[in-house]
Design a protein around this ligand. Structure first.
Ligand code: NIG
Ligand code: FE
Length: 408
């Protein structure tokens, strides 16, 4: 079958591992057929026999082509904001103090419950559009600010609708255990039962949940509580992820690994034992430098150990109103290098190849290779390392989603 389109006269960063940094193909070309990548390689080797009379040729004029970016950890559905809390933290209150006093996640819970579905939808779409403008073609969106059946299901529907309204693949995650809602203050067990026995099966039956997540932390839920949720997820055939070891070492990394989690996320305090377990379970370490930055944390995740043990590292915005009000995945690339010490190649792999793994989508997206979806971003840069270097610039020239130009 002749190519539907070819992208040439530029350079390609396939982001495949094992070869040149960034999977660089100078003077490369990408060919697309039926919304999938049909061919990638040096332009000089582009198979002329597959160029048909109707093949559309896109001249990228010296630009760089990468896989569409993947933001594998966001909380885009919420009401209100927490700017006042930010101000209080700047005056000395801590994130943990605020949470213990009933603010923090619980304050967003109140604004989310009282927001109409329309308001949740409009605001989530506006946030997603900011991410898409920077070349994001796949996005994970968590619920977690409803903390009751009605608003959690509403949040997941809103997340699904984002993927229907915009040219982006959305993976929805039920963040079932995020904080204990006040009405369950003295009945933790009842809340866990509600989430495991009512909310999760209902969300699964409606088809609005692709994965399940929990916040394992002193101020949130303990290992046993998170394990109960993961068992329920497993019985419904849903993969799990975990907010793990962000503020203290609670053994979250090892817990996630014991359930073969797709990823464990944050991980500033992850232990060596937890990291080795993640290597065995092939769970991705999703690093969230935006939350580290915004909470003015000082403990950097154990990057050297992830490298040594071969745990793949992803980077994500963690876009949320409390710990990471950041709607720029490119800024996160920069933070991943400046704050956590990743190399530019590792950072870009963190928002492509490894982010795809963190969503269980490695066969479909994340690198430019034949058979994968033709999700591409075209950048006005001299080299892919510039994507990591600029702060506040957006060199994204064109976004291609499933072979179609959707933004330029
Ligand atoms: O990923 N750690 C838990 N959840 C969010 C923060 C939520 C909030 O403060 O609103 C996070 O950082
Ligand atoms: Fe998060």
């Amino acid at each position: 079958m002749p190519f539907d389109s070819v992208w040439l006269n530029g350079h390609v960063a396939t982001m495949q591992s094992g070869g040149a940094a960034f999977g660089e193909v100078p003077d490369g070309a990408v060919a697309v057929t039926g919304g999938r990548i049909a061919w990638v390689g040096p332009r000089s080797k582009l198979p002329a026999g597959d160029m048909g009379p109707r093949t559309v040729v896109h001249d990228v004029e010296g630009a760089w082509i990468t896989p569409g970016l993947v933001d594998c950890h966001t909380h885009l559905v919420f009401g209100g904001d927490r700017a006042e809390e930010f101000e209080a933290r700047l005056k000395g209150s801590t994130y943990t103090d605020i949470a213990k006093a009933g603010g923090g996640i619980r304050s967003t819970m109140l604004s989310t419950r009282s927001a109409s579905t329309e308001v949740l939808q409009t605001s989530a779409l506006a946030r997603a559009e900011r991410l898409l403008a920077e070349g994001v073609t796949t996005l994970e969106i968590k619920s977690g600010y409803g903390m009751n059946v009605n608003t959690e299901i509403r949040s997941l529907r809103v997340a699904r609708n984002v993927g229907e309204a915009l040219p982006v693949t959305v993976r929805t995650t039920l963040l079932g255990l995020h904080a204990l809602p006040p009405e369950y203050e003295d009945r933790r067990g009842d809340f866990i039962d509600l989430v495991c026995q009512e909310l999760l099966p209902m969300a699964a039956a409606e088809g609005v949940v692709d994965a399940v997540d929990a916040f394992c932390e002193g101020i949130a839920f303990n290992r046993n509580e998170c394990a109960s949720l993961f068992e329920s997820a497993g019985s419904l055939g849903l993969p799990v992820k975990l907010h793990a070891d962000q503020l203290s070492d609670t053994g979250g990394a090892a817990l996630a690994a014991s359930f073969s989690a797709l990823s464990a996320d944050h991980l500033e305090y992850a232990s060596e034992e937890g990291i080795r377990a993640m290597a065995t379970s092939k769970s991705v370490a999703v690093l969230l430098p935006g939350a580290f930055y915004f909470l003015r944390e000082t403990r950097v995740p154990p990057i050297t150990s992830f490298r040594k043990e071969g745990v793949p590292m992803a980077l994500a915005t963690d876009a949320n109103p409390g710990s990471s009000p950041i709607l720029s995945l490119l800024s996160i690339l920069n933070m991943g290098c400046t704050l956590f010490g990743l190399t530019p190649d590792e950072a870009l792999a963190g928002v492509t190849r490894n982010a795809a793994c963190a969503l269980g989508m490695a066969d479909e997206i994340g690198t430019l290779e034949p058979g994968k979806r033709a999700d591409l971003a075209v950048w006005d840069v001299g080299h892919p390392r510039e994507l990591v270097y600029w702060i506040g610039a957006n060199p994204c020239r064109t976004v291609v989603y499933g072979g179609a130009v959707v933004g330029s």
